[in-house]
Design a protein around this ligand. Structure first.
Ligand code: NDP
Length: 239
């Protein structure tokens, strides 16, 4: 079973840093062929970097074509690219809201739409959407972000109903607080408050999310679809 899984064509959006890079490394360690999307800057060594902005369907299409030319049809896609524009509702501009939706939610739609073509032909595939504990738990100052991350659950569940009979699974991984640039940007007070409410008593490392993503994309998880898998130290339990 392990051998069948190796050498798959994997594409991770926003794989140049943070959680995405840890996910890319986990698949690479599994023996898969990994393409990561990046917008600018350096491609981490050892990966095929394909330029893509998930707010632009043509750019997503070009990135997939490049990855497929090198590695074959994408069998595992991880929609990980995401942004925050945090502020309280009364101060949140429509632009703050739509920018976050366009990247985190519509961006994931563009990515899975492009990925599904090859998966349907292959008659197998793994879609993993990186959401957040905030999507279901809620968070003051993150109405835009929470809406975008909750929307991913609807995508995974509808995709499961559309394509579940074709050997394709779609799941959501919902991290809690992970040590990356995104959380480093949070005010110290906010970080302290959250720390106090996490049963595990700590933030996690990106690798702890990556291992779950790798597993849910494995043959071992073939019968799991439309699930929301928390990696949050117990912060959101029950939701
Ligand atoms: P980072 O801010 O460290 O990295 C974000 C990644 O997304 C970067 O690779 C960035 O690319 C990419 N990205 C952003 N916008 C676009 C775009 N328009 N097109 C293509 N790529 C884009 O974030 P994290 O690693 O912390 O987060 C990764 C995912 O995990 C996000 O979806 C986030 O919401 C989610 N998450 C994170 C948590 C955390 O605690 N860190 C908790 C829960 C969820 P570039 O380098 O070019 O900017």
């Amino acid at each position: 079973m392990q051998n069948e899984q190796q050498g798959r064509s994997v594409l991770v959006t926003g794989g140049n840093r943070g959680i995405g890079l840890a996910i890319a490394r986990a698949f690479q360690a599994n023996g898969d062929k990994v393409a990561i999307t990046y917008r600018s800057g350096e491609v981490p060594e050892g990966f095929l970097g394909v330029k893509a902005d998930v707010t632009d369907a043509a750019s997503v299409d070009a990135a997939f074509s490049e990855a497929e030319a090198a590695h074959g049809p994408v069998e595992v896609v991880v929609a990980n690219a995401g942004i925050t524009r945090d502020t309280l509702l009364l101060r949140m501009s429509e632009e703050d809201f739509t920018e976050v939706i366009d990247t985190n939610l519509t961006g994931a739609f563009r990515v899975i739409k492009r990925a599904s073509k090859g998966m349907i032909r292959l008659k197998r595939g793994r879609v993993v959407l990186i959401s957040s504990v905030v999507g279901l738990y809620g968070s003051p100052g993150q109405i835009n972000y929470a809406a975008s991350k909750a929307g991913l659950v609807g995508i995974a569940r509808s995709l499961t109903r559309e394509l579940g009979s074709r050997g394709i699974t779609a799941n959501v991984v919902a991290p809690g607080f992970i040590n990356t640039d995104m959380t480093a940007a949070l005010p110290e007070e906010t970080q302290k408050n959250y720390l106090g409410s996490i049963p595990a008593g700590r933030f996690a490392e990106p690798e702890e999310v990556a291992n779950v993503v790798r597993w849910v994309a494995s043959d071992e998880a073939a019968y799991i679809s439309g699930a929301v898998i928390p990696v949050d130290g117990g912060l959101g339990m029950g939701h």
